[in-house]
Design a protein around this ligand. Sequence first.
Ligand code: ANZ
Ligand code: ZN
Length: 823
Amino acid sequence: MSTYDYQTIEGKWQDSWREQQLYSTTASEKPKYYALEMFPYPSGKIHMGHVRNYSIGDVVARYKNMQGHEVLHPMGWDAFGLPAENAAIQNQVHPNVWTDKNITEMKVQLSKLGLSYDWNRELSTCSPDYYRWTQWIFLQFYKHGLAYKKESRVNWCPSCETVLANEQVVNGQCERCDSHVTKEMLNQWYFKITDYAEKLLQDLELLEGWPDKVKTMQENWIGKSTGAEIDFPIAETDMHLKVFTTRPDTVFGTTCMVLAPEHPYVAQMTKGTEYEESVQAFVHQLQHLSDIERTSTETEKEGIFIGKYCINPLNNERIPIYIANYVLADYGSGAIMVVPAHDQRDLDFVNKYKEKVIPVIKPADADEPYKIDQEAYDGSGIMINSGKYNGMDNEKAFDEICHDMEEHGIGRRTITYRLRDWLLSRQRYWGAPIPIVYCESCGIVPVNEEELPVKLPVDIEFSGKGKSPLTTSPSFLKTECPKCKGAATRETDTMDTFVDSSWYFLRYTDPNNEKLPFDKEKVSQWLPVNQYIGGVEHAILHLLYSRFFVKVMKDLDLLDIDEPFQNLLTQGMVLKNGAKMSKSKGNVVSPEEIISQYGADTARLFVLFAAPPERDLEWSDQGVEGCYRFLNRVWRLVQEVKEDQHKEKQNKDDISENDKAITYKIHSTIKKVTDDIELRFNFNTAISAVMELVNELYKYKAMDKEKVSSRLLEEGVETVLLLMAPFAPHMTEELWCQLGNKDSIHHHQWPKADLSKLVLETVEMVVQVNGKVKEKMIISADLSEEEIKEIVWSNDKVKLSIDGKDIKKVIIVPGKLVNIVAK
Ligand code: ANZ
Ligand code: ZN
């Protein structure tokens, strides 16, 4: 008997599938299904996280294929980014060369896993055929006012003399040289994602197939706040200070004002005064703190008085103006009214600087006089110290105050979002160049669409110095103005790599289009992606940006969908000894080693069996061993059944209890595995159901010869192979072929459970149509309503009596009656 030689089998079938183009997607009439896993960054090596992600996706794709769908299951490379550039600086290899080499290596590793990708649709975001369209999309955004330039701060390392990405700043220090990182002002490009904040928030409701936690994260990121903006006159000037507040009902409790230190009025109001110097020193001191550090509840509230006063427009009180660390420049209007009695941050601040605390809302059951000491009161209650609003319920006062302010033009209801516009400029080489030129006479000019792509030059010095490496290439920098043909210079920033990945799933539908990024029709055929699978670390940015792109593209009539991803599965991490596998922890298990030691089918089976996809998975050598043993067990079972095939057939006429039991097991396993995959992605329980079936088949086979039906054994073994095909594609294909089948198991139809075979305990059900008894059926007692209906609809007598009629209603009384109302 042959042994399970996974190495030979896996290589052989991978070659064969490639030659047959078994997984290439064709234009068929079958229903479409788009299965997609987040494409990888080509670091050079796949890790267990990849193995898990892609094995999950492969099961979905193969299963849907066997269920009769035309499946689109593509793969590509998120190939721009910082590591390639660091490698260039360190090892003097061009990013292009480094990236290509990594892609080649990773592709070999991926193909060893036997994944059902249509490699004809492979794409790489760093190839000019791709980034040409990334640039084209940028231009469409620009032309529709959705890309604009604005001054903002970048991280700067004074000793490396270079701009740093946020991830290169570790605890305020340069990742390379540990120098203290400072901030520089640069003019940079933004996408106006804030124009779509409300739509991105509203449409989360459409995403029924997304995990709630991801939707909540997006909702918080968008951060909608409802409140009012109020204009406070600045005393002795004709200027106003605008604040945003979620609590206009507390305006009488304002005891001072606080501006963000970067607020443009600050310099203006202190210029030439005795406060100028101290204000500048304070601003300087805060410069290198991140927003998170500044606003953390751990951070001590600090500020200074700037010598000016505001007038509270509702009660004409004169109140001092401060600047402080806890107010951010780019949220709301960058200024707040400080209400210490009802906001803890404000109370902490005011207690330190000895300003007044005036409560304006009193809990219904509070003592008189109501006082606030160390703890702010943020609940609801009755208005006090608030002029004509006293005695009112604070929610009512909220409305009245807004109404009155609107009447007098001193404030208005407004909505603010935490979401910021998307800063897409990167002062880096290895990204898609922003297709803009600067002309002395015409200003900012977009590159003509016919001139795309603006290619990355190769005459570049990777010194790691300067604002952007592209500034060192004269051939790139100097160009001619598309408008006036005069001398012009190119934009030297490249785009954030999130831009590349915000539309790649569209390109897969039409990867070779040379006229457009994609054809609208093709996108309509395939999208939304039916199942998207990837890490939860992309829950916010990548998924939000992709949704934003699709919404803009719909408005620009480039496509016709509202959302890119219908269903989302975020897989858990792969852990070893309780910690995430990572180089720094030294607990990495290499996929290549596992594959060479046990084969890809075992590796796949293990990552699918050890935990449900959304949970974290703990690596276990015994677990891997166990999966390997199971595959060997299946192998042996099929060999034995195969050998028996040549012997005299056991054709029994009578059906024994044992036959009934194994038939039941076969069909209940089909049902269980199908439901587990289809409804819940519970691959682990699906696999254990097949394991049980294999056990039962061994037992059945071991019985006295005259008790065993070879036909049933064969049916059992075929069922095992079909159910296992998405999980262990190589071994099942090999055994399928050994059993004499000519076509690939992966194109065979998924088995369907015969519900009538699942009858153990039975009941008699009466089927009535419009009150008349049409049929009496003996069915299993534990069928669901859906399953009962399935049996009823396939009954000939029932069919006949409802033929041509509309079903108005179906009433099921479990265990007794099905009543159909048809007109
Ligand atoms: C007065 C007030 C009284 C406030 C009160 C709250 C409670 P969310 O919900 O996060 O939108 N705020 C406004 N702009 C700010 C900025 N740039 N930096 C820091 N804080 C800012 O919070 C809105 C509230 O946060 C606003 O309402 C304002 O404080 C503060 F009993 O105004 B509130
Ligand atoms: Zn010009």
